[in-house]
Ligand binder design. Sequence first.
Ligand SMILES: *Cc1c(COP(=O)(O)O)cnc(C)c1O
Length: 353
Amino acid sequence: MSRFFSSKYAGLVPYVPGEQPRSQEFIKLNTNESPFPPSSQALRAAAEAARRLNLYSDPECRALNAKLAEVYHLAPEEILCTNGSDEILNFAFMAFCDADHPAAFPNVTYGFYKVFAALNGVPYEEIPLREDFSVNVNDYVGLNKTIFIANPNAPTGLALPLADVERLVKGNPDSVVVVDEAYVDFGGESALPLVHKYDNLLVTMTFSKSRSMAGARLGFGAACKALIADLNAIKYATNPYNVNGMTMAAGIGALEDEEYTRANCRAVMETREIVTAALREMGFELGDSKANFVFPRHPKIDGRKLYEELRARGILVRHFDTPLLARHNRITIGSREQMNRLLDALENILEEC
Ligand SMILES: *Cc1c(COP(=O)(O)O)cnc(C)c1O
């Protein structure tokens, strides 16, 4: 840290992204990327758009918003596209949280919420999950704080039914509730239809996981027009051209190829069920994930140790060094072939311990 770094960031602990190894030798199951390439329509559209890189991208994102509106049955004014959904989450902390409106989220969830709260000087409450890692909605009803809920949750993979999400939104009529649906396409129930019913709900989604576009950085939020207008105020005060032209075009291309996305999601879900059963067979304990990852632990081996043994065998998974999660690893669902390699490696490791 230099002597010039503002003291307001003295306590800031930045988010630590999963490792992106430079070598290709690893089977990468550590950052929930898709094992499938982007849609060929997305790739063609991005290449075409690259020819207009001399121009600024459309700050209003009109063409992409129109396409999203069509696919998700929303009005274009109910949508805001961002540079990954991380950006709209940060915008939500900027727009809807302060000392009078602290944030609240589960004590086990997406690690970035805490970082955004700290970055924006927002006080926050971490609400403990139940022992089985499920969210107890009763803890959130009448909370009067700006609530951030990942559904399905990360890194647990567990999902709340839509009725519970609605109870939470309804139970906090004077607070914004942000439902982060980064993984919803892998078996969760989306709260999107509720944005027409509640003026305090913001649903965020991403193209990073189900649409194989993590590197393009494209996310969006859906909410009533007034909430989107607030978020737009933050966007135009931060980075009006937040989504680049190639990414916008790729996004439209992907949305014109929804069957491809759906087929890939089905494949991931099928593989997840096979892997879940195989892991249980080996003595792993894990919940029923509705995401593109699983979160197992094994009574015989510590999470850190398992992470290291897998790494030594060329397989990267994500381990979180916190007391609550130390026994677990988050493992992305890759291709069938990658998962077979994973299961072989796990069998080998368990035989040795
Ligand atoms: C991956 C992820 C995101 C954001 O991803 P972007 O690539 O920024 O769109 C948001 N929330 C959760 C829970 C995630 O796992």
